[in-house]
Design a protein around this ligand. Structure first.
Ligand SMILES: [Zn+2]
Length: 282
């Protein structure tokens, strides 16, 4: 069996260690509070050096996410797609998929990131099927975190919308952002964002043959759910539920399986690239 190397580079480990030591927010991420979490989130790393993929079906419970003209709710569609990705990766020897939510319930954004940390995830992917004010908007996009501005108006619009999910659930978002914390976070996250962009390009490459792309490149925006300092994280908008044609597609098992298959293949090829890089001689 092939010996898998952990995704985090030495530099990243040092940087995230630094962040954990200095940042209350990062400490909160690393803290384990078994009593407040369901049993599945206490699960340890799997045997055999498997990579852990944390899939995050967007929204849930009181937060239905975007709603299509026909009444389809984003929260149900993305949960099905996530289950599908897990099913398609279940035969993979070196990958184990876990979910931030298994059913229709509300999970605050920060807790989604915390769950990924508690599982020691090697990769985090939030799955969405979002909406826009114009029904014409269509196609899939992939986002990575940006510490600066959003890379496009659409990226800004969607990140504001996704970040508002916590307001729906009545969670007060704390904004303790002193200058030093910001500088450290930027430093630590630079490496992680680089890996997230690589992950994004692998996902886009697999979606391209099966579905129209809204944006050809991984976009960057300040999605709260992508803010892990050490886990490569992307948010996939599988399509626009507010586009009538895409709402119909999302309602079919065939399309959901196709998108899930592309996501699964993208995850496999991302890990393969990482292993090639880590095993490069000299
Ligand atoms: Zn969404």
């Amino acid at each position: 069996m092939k010996n898998f190397v952990p995704l985090t580079t030495r530099r990243q480990l040092l940087l995230s260690g630094l962040a954990m030591a200095l940042l209350p927010a990062a400490r909160a991420l690393a803290k384990t509070e078994p009593a407040s979490l369901p049993a599945q989130t206490r699960a340890a790393r799997p045997a055999g050096g498997k990579k852990i993929v944390m899939l995050d079906p967007g929204h849930g419970g009181i937060d239905s996410g975007a709603v299509g003209e026909e009444g389809s709710e984003e929260k149900h569609i993305v949960l099905e797609i996530a289950h599908n990705v897990r099913q398609q990766l279940s035969q993979h020897q070196h990958i184990e998929v876990r979910l931030t939510r298994e059913s229709d319930h509300f999970v605050p954004l920060a807790q989604r990131v915390e769950i990924a940390h508690q599982h020691g995830a090697d990769l985090f992917m939030s799955i969405h099927a979002d909406g826009f004010t114009s029904p014409a908007a269509n196609g899939a996009s992939v986002f990575a975190l940006s510490n600066r501005g959003a890379s496009s108006a659409m990226a800004r619009y969607l990140s504001e919308k996704e970040n508002a999910a916590d307001k729906v659930g009545g969670i007060k978002v704390q904004s303790d952002n002193p200058y030093l914390q910001q500088v450290l976070f930027d430093l630590v996250q630079t490496d992680t964002i680089k890996n997230s962009l690589t992950l994004g390009s692998h996902i886009l490459q697999q979606i391209r043959p099966v579905h129209h792309l809204h944006s050809q490149h991984t976009e960057q925006a300040a999605f709260a759910v992508l803010k892990s300092p050490s886990i490569p994280s992307v948010l996939v908008e599988t399509s626009f539920i507010t586009n009538p044609a895409e709402e119909r597609l999302l309602g079919t098992t065939a399309f959901r399986q196709k998108i899930a298959g592309a996501i699964a293949d993208g995850i496999i090829s991302f890990f393969a690239e990482f292993d090639r890089r880590n095993h490069r001689p000299g």
